[in-house]
Design a protein around this ligand. Structure first.
Ligand SMILES: [Zn+2]
Length: 150
């Protein structure tokens, strides 16, 4: 549980608090297989940010035997159905966020942790003209922070 304790954050209540994960998966058209339920129970239980590697470690530390490929496929499926939000720090660092309400993030480059920022705390005043044929789907702000030296 070291991971979940470390990564838990406090700002936003989960939109998935105390839910029946079987019903939740069915509601978005996902067949609730045993492995998907294991992953859903870990990730959707509370607002948190976990990497695929962390999900894999937690599932298998609870006696599961889920492959890396299954974890990646399941997380991608959940994200595509709106159960999770992908927060891409860089191509090698992707978090899966169980809080799907609009919000922004601090990313601490020293600790590797992600913390929620209330959307009302960030004002984006200007964005460039969008490429022809596109509409804005959202603006996600990631503020990179590091430990102060003093
Ligand atoms: Zn978040």
């Amino acid at each position: 549980m070291i991971y979940t304790d470390m990564i838990m954050h406090t700002i936003s209540p989960s939109s998935h608090g105390n839910i029946d994960v079987i019903e939740l998966l069915k509601a978005v058209g996902i067949n609730p297989t045993y492995q998907r339920l294991q992953i859903a129970q870990i990730l959707l239980a509370r607002p948190q940010h976990l990497s695929a590697e962390q999900v894999l470690t937690i599932v298998n530390s609870h006696g599961g035997a889920v492959s890396k490929a299954t974890v990646y496929n399941t997380l991608g499926l959940f994200a595509s159905r709106g159960l999770l939000r992908e927060v891409i720090i860089d191509p090698n660092k992707v978090f899966y966020d169980s809080n799907v309400a609009p919000h922004h993030h601090f990313f601490n480059v020293d600790t590797g942790t992600l913390t929620d920022i209330d959307p009302a705390q960030v004002v984006v005043e200007k964005i460039p003209a969008l490429p022809v044929g596109t509409t804005a789907d959202g603006v996600d702000v990631i503020i990179r922070i590091r430990q102060s030296s003093d």
